[in-house]
Structures are given as C-alpha cells and as structure tokens.
Design a protein around this ligand. Structure first.
Ligand SMILES: NC(=O)c1ccc[n+]([C@@H]2O[C@H](COP(=O)([O-])OP(=O)(O)OC[C@H]3O[C@@H](n4cnc5c(N)ncnc54)[C@H](O)[C@@H]3O)[C@@H](O)[C@H]2O)c1
Length: 281
C-alpha cells in the first residue's frame, strides 16, 4: 500500500534505455516474457545455477508478486531439505508450492537460477540464492506493539525465530500488561518504544493496536530506528521515505476469495469470462 508519496508495490526497475529497441533484449534479472525459460536450461556459470549478475541489481527488477512467491518456494525448499532432498525438479517444486511450473521457472530466472537439464535445482544452492535475494542472510529483530488478541498470537507464535525473525520486544499502553511476559518477552510500556527499539536494534515493527493509535505507534517505532513496519491496523500510515510499510488485511484476502467464488459461480451459470471481465450469456 502506498505511503507518503512512495509506492510499496513493484520494486522499481532500472532506468529505461533512452532508445528502446522494438524488441528489447533480455536483461539480467528481468527476462523477456517471450524468452522466459520453458525448460530447465543448462547452467550458465560453473556453479550450475547463477548467471553471475549482482544480486542487488537483480533484486531491484523482481516484481512484488514474484517476491512473495519466492518466499513460498523458500518455505517449501526448507521443508524438502529437512526431509533429505538434495535436488528438486521444477515440476516437483511447482506442485509443492501450488504454482504452475512455467511461472516457477520464470520466478527463478529473476534470481538467475535456471537449474540443470535432467537434474533440476540443487535444493541447498537454491535456498541460499533465495535467502540472499530476500535479505534473509541476517536476522531481523521484531517488535510487536499492541499485545491484545492479535499481538498475543503473534508474540506466542514459535515459527518466526526459525525463519530469521526473532521477536525481541513487546509494547502496550495497558499498565496491567507492563512487565508481564508473553512468549517469554516482558511487555514494555508504549513510551519506551524509541529507547528499547534502539537498544535492541529492532528492524521490523509490527503494529497490532486499534487504528486510532497506529500512527503514534508508528512514529515512535521510526524514532527508535525501525525501518520496516508491518501494519495490521486498518489505517494508512504516514512514514518517511526510508521506511518500508506493508499492510496486512485478511478481510481483503477474503474479499478476493469471494470474488473468485462469485466468478466461478457465474461461469457455471453460463457466463463467459473474457480476460478479467465476466460477460453474462
Ligand atoms: N489485518 C488483519 O487482517 C487484522 C486481523 C485482526 C485484527 N486486526 C487489527 O489489529 C488490531 C488489533 O486487533 P486485536 O483484536 O488484537 O485488538 P485488541 O483490542 O485485542 O488489542 C489491542 C491492544 O492494543 C493496545 N493498545 C491500545 N492503544 C495502544 C497504544 N496507543 N499503544 C500501544 N498499545 C495500545 C491495547 O491495550 C490492546 O492490548 C486492530 O486494529 C484490528 O483491527 C487486523
């Protein structure tokens, strides 16, 4: 969701060339859709998977939807690695991730990973590449603000630390919660947000307060040096340019599901789908 004059949508692509050719050549990290790999192509470099382009340059060219899918592939690959898998074909990985295999190959081509014909992808190498692109090679300390229903659930969820997101600070305005441990971390008072976040080097702040409190909480997190905000409150936050905000709204996800269910029902009732538009017959 856009915040204070900056987008939180697709990551900006490098500046376009002043004289675009009619059929642009494939650039590293942004394959021409027509030339996107349709099979596990031979390795481009010695390690069999990487085309050698600077990962940061590549990361800037990856569409946000592909970034979200990379996170899903990573989760699936880690589960496969735990079960002892060393290689995986694009068909296996796409089936496990619930994505079609052409899309998977295109997503992996964004990070310069093309696999090896007849072998597929090396699980460990691919995990490393996706982790690098997603910036997961170091831990991101998390603070949760608003320890109510949602905040309690987030603070108690044991799945974040193992994925590189240890929850290291909790805050609430309620004096009854002050010092009470939730998920092993004592709750601090709202006013301590800047100091505690700076001391514990918190990089991600999760806002789970009522909407009216969210902007003040956000300002305090930013004052404490927090550069990324995950906002659950149904409100648009104003942040400085350098701060990244992601908004989570499960109601929107439910509405999207509802849209697809309605579209399917219309299709079954004899309507025709042309592109994204449903035309009743
Ligand atoms: N995005 C989603 O899908 C989704 C889902 C559920 C809830 N929510 C939102 O998450 C927020 C929390 O929901 P909940 O059900 O946990 O609410 P809740 O009332 O159970 O908890 C809110 C907590 O915030 C604390 N709080 C209030 N003002 C504060 C302030 N200024 N500073 C710090 N803490 C403060 C309260 O003391 C309370 O502990 C709400 O904004 C809700 O709309 C979003």
């Amino acid at each position: 969701m856009a915040q204070r004059g900056r987008r939180n949508g697709a990551v900006p692509s490098p500046k376009p060339s002043p004289k675009p050719s009619p059929k642009p050549k494939r650039r590293p990290g942004m394959p021409d859709a027509d030339n996107a790999p349709t099979a596990e192509l031979p390795a481009v470099t010695d390690n069999g998977t990487d085309n050698g382009t600077d990962p940061e340059v590549r990361a800037k060219s990856i569409p946000e939807a592909a970034v979200a899918r990379l996170a899903v592939y990573l989760r699936v690959l880690c589960a496969m690695a735990e079960q002892g898998a060393t290689t995986v074909s694009s068909e296996e990985l796409s089936a496990a991730a619930g994505v079609n295999s052409a899309k998977l190959r295109k997503d992996l081509s964004y990070i310069g990973s093309y696999g090896t014909r007849g072998v597929g992808y090396e699980v460990e190498v691919l995990v490393g590449q996706i982790e690098r692109i997603l910036g997961l090679t170091r831990k991101h300390k998390v603070a949760v603000v608003g320890i109510g229903n949602l905040g309690h659930a987030l603070a108690n969820y044991g799945g974040f630390p193992g994925r590189g997101f240890p929850v290291e600070a909790l805050f609430d305005i309620d004096p009854d919660l002050a010092g009470v441990p939730v998920g092993g971390i004592p709750v601090s008072h709202l006013e301590d947000i800047p100091r505690v976040c700076a001391e514990r080097q918190i990089s991600i702040g999760v806002i789970a307060t009522p909407p009216a409190a969210a902007q003040t909480v956000c300002d305090r997190l930013v004052a404490g040096g927090v550069g990324s905000i995950l906002n659950f409150a149904p409100v648009v936050l104003q942040v400085p340019e350098h701060v990244e905000v992601r908004k989570v709204d499960l109601a929107v996800e439910l509405q999207i599901l509802s849209f697809h269910v309605a579209r399917k029902a219309d299709g079954e009732a004899g309507s025709q789908v042309i592109g994204d538009v449903v035309v009743s017959s």
